[in-house]
Every structure is written in structure tokens, then in C-alpha cells.
Write a new protein. Structure first.
Length: 365
């Protein structure tokens, strides 16, 4: 049994990027031997094992043969005679097909180090075009590694995948995972997908052929704020965002914030009251912002005011208005009244709060 550190860990190490995850390949072993060493197998038939102490993944060296559609349509051969070079040959890009032994010696049969030096994204073998997931993966790496370009022969392989119809077999969950992994680099990711002709198959909801404006969010933005900002920037319409998120089974908190941007951002940014009688339009906007969802509202305000620094007076106006509405409480006596009367009392109170906020805003102009 020989064990090698492989893939992204070696690539990032050579690029001087902090290594987050470590993946290992085990050459010359069997599932029985791995079980005997207390490794826990991932799945019944998949040759990947979890280290009993570190929790890191150890995969038996394997070869693959295309047997069906999509990125799961492969049969594995994990017999102990499979070599490290054969295992590395099945990987997508040369920069991901580098290994390191326990003594620190680099094994690089496909010249991945040279491609890292030359900032080149190049496929390892013709088998690249058998796996449609590789279109998304190369888009992610192109977005992540600034200055890297795709080799012309690899562009040809991407075209082969597009013509094959294999992209249509990618699962929604896998598409979403690649988007999630790309996060801050989604502008470049979507640009790559469009440039290489995969938009209509993968993400038809994207309206723009190219980036109109950079997706903006503060440095302390969380993943929901980052990805939602990108989704709004590229898709724009509520219908498109709904369709995109439903089709890819994107978690609701991402969809909800992206929809808030789509439904309210422009009206919020451009709202300027003419008089205290403009309260209806203001309260309609507040209702659509659904200020009861405080975390989402805070994310909305944070992103808007980061990218629109000239809206400081706006921010103060809306924050004070929202605070006043949230502080309103029905009296004990009013709480005992019929529902239709309570609704009228609340409506009148909100009207007075909105008119007072507008009055103060106009007096400051």
C-alpha cells in the first residue's frame, strides 16, 4: 500500500494558496484492507474511505469507463494493480493531476506544474469530454484563478460536451454545488458559461450576455448575501429568480434575498416623497420588504448602502421608519376589539408613522 496526497491540495500548495481540504489516493490496496485499518467506506460501492482519526478522504486508485449519462455514468475498476499514473489520468485538468508521496516527492506525469507556471487550464486526456460536470468545474477554476486561460484544445473538448447533450444530465444539486463553491467569483463563472455557449442549457434564466455592472457587497458579507447579490445582478427579474432557484433547488434564504433585491431595490433607492400624502406608496414598499424578517432586511440594507454610498439620508429615513413601525404596540383595550377594528387601528397608526417620517424628511431637504 502506498498513499499519496493528490489534486487540489497539491495545486493550491504550488500556487501558494492556503490548503483547505486534503484528498488522498491509496495505491495497491483493497476495501478489505482499508476496513481492517478502521477506515469507514463512503457508500456501498464507491471506493472512498474516511480516515478514522483525521476524517479526511482516502480513495482507492481507480480507472473509469463510461457506462451511462451524466457525471455519475461511470464504472470503476479499483483492483490493486491500478497505478498512480492511471488514477491521475482520469482527472479533469493537469493542474489537478499532481500527487505527492509521504517524503514530499512530487509525481507529475501530465506536466501540471508547467501549466501552473504558464497559467494554463488544460485537460489531461480525451476522457475529459465524457464528464459534463467538467464544464462547470473548469468554469469555477477559470473564475477562481486570476489570469489562467483555457488551452485551445480544451475549448474544443468543451464544445464536444455541448454537442453530446451530456450537460442536460447534470443534476440540479450538482449545479447548485458548483455555484456555491464559486461564491465570490460568480461574475467570472457566469461569464465563462455564456462565452462558451452553455448558458441556454445550464442557466437559461440569465438575461445578460455580459456583465453590466459588478456585483457589489461589503467585505464582511456572508455567503447568502454574496450569492444572492450575484443572482440578482445576472437574472434581474422575479420570475427568472424564482425559476432559477426552484429548478436548481437552491435553499430558500438565497432565493428570498435575491427576490427582495429584484422586487424592492430600485424603488427603495429611488424613493423620494413629494408630500405627506405619499404615505401609501411608502407603506406599500415597506410591506413588500417584509420588515418582520429582520436578518434578511439587514442583509438587504447592508448590501444596498455599500454599493450606494450617496444614500445615507435614505438609510436614516428608512431605518427610523422601520424602527417606529416595529415599536408600535396595540393597547390592552385595543387588543380585545374585533379583528376588523384592530386592522383599521393598525392601518391608521402606520399611516401616521409614515406621514411623520415623510414630514421630517421633507423638512431636512
Amino acid at each position: 500500500m502506498k498513499i499519496y496526497l493528490v489534486g487540489g491540495a497539491i495545486r493550491d500548495q504550488l500556487l501558494g494558496i492556503p490548503v483547505k481540504d486534503k484528498d488522498w489516493v491509496v495505491v495497491g490496496s483493497t476495501p478489505e484492507e482499508m476496513h481492517a485499518k478502521n477506515f469507514k467506506q463512503v457508500g456501498k460501492d464507491f471506493p472512498v474511505f474516511i480516515h478514522p482519526k483525521t476524517g479526511e478522504e482516502y480513495a482507492l486508485a481507480r480507472t473509469e469507463r463510461k457506462s451511462g449519462h451524466g457525471y455519475t455514468g461511470f464504472e470503476f475498476d479499483t483492483n490493486p494493480n491500478v497505478t498512480l499514473e492511471e488514477d491521475l489520468a482520469r482527472r479533469d485538468l493537469t493542474i489537478n493531476a499532481i500527487a505527492q508521496d509521504k517524503d514530499g516527492k512530487i509525481v507529475d506525469p501530465y506536466n501540471g506544474q508547467e501549466d501552473i507556471k504558464n497559467k494554463k487550464l488544460r485537460h489531461v486526456s480525451d476522457a475529459f469530454s465524457e464528464d459534463p460536470l467538467r464544464v462547470l468545474r473548469i468554469a469555477r477554476f477559470h473564475a477562481k484563478f486570476d489570469g489562467f486561460v483555457v488551452a485551445p484544445e480544451t475549448v474544443d473538448k468543451i464544445k464536444e460536451i455541448l454537442k453530446s447533450g451530456e450537460l442536460e444530465h447534470l443534476t440540479p444539486e450538482r449545479k447548485w454545488l458548483e455555484i456555491y463553491k464559486t461564491a465570490e467569483n460568480l461574475d467570472a463563472f457566469f461569464s465563462f458559461i455564456i462565452t462558451h455557449g452553455a448558458r441556454d442549457i445550464l442557466f437559461p434564466e440569465i438575461l445578460n450576455d455580459k456583465l453590466i455592472k459588478k456585483s457589489l457587497y461589503p467585505n464582511d458579507a456572508n455567503e447568502v448575501e454574496i450569492i444572492s447579490s450575484h443572482l440578482y445582478n445576472w437574472i434581474q427579474t422575479p420570475q427568472g429568480i424564482e425559476s432559477f432557484c426552484q429548478r436548481l433547488k437552491i435553499p430558500n434564504e438565497y432565493k428570498s434575498l435575491a427576490l427582495l433585491f429584484s422586487n424592492c431595490l430600485n424603488e427603495y433607492s429611488n424613493y423620494v416623497p413629494d408630500s405627506t400624502e405619499d404615505y401609501d406608496r411608502l407603506l406599500s414598499l415597506i410591506k413588500r420588504m417584509d420588515i418582520r424578517k429582520k436578518d434578511r432586511l439587514n442583509s438587504f440594507m447592508k448590501c444596498i448602502h455599500y454599493s450606494n454610498t450617496d444614500l445615507e439620508q435614505h438609510r436614516i429615513f428608512f431605518e427610523n421608519l422601520i424602527k417606529s413601525i416595529n415599536n408600535f404596540k396595540l393597547s390592552d383595550e385595543d387588543q380585545k376589539k374585533p379583528g376588523i377594528e384592530i386592522k383599521k387601528i393598525i392601518g391608521n397608526a402606520y399611516k401616521e408613522i409614515a406621514q411623520d417620517a415623510i414630514r421630517k424628511f421633507l423638512n431636512q431637504k
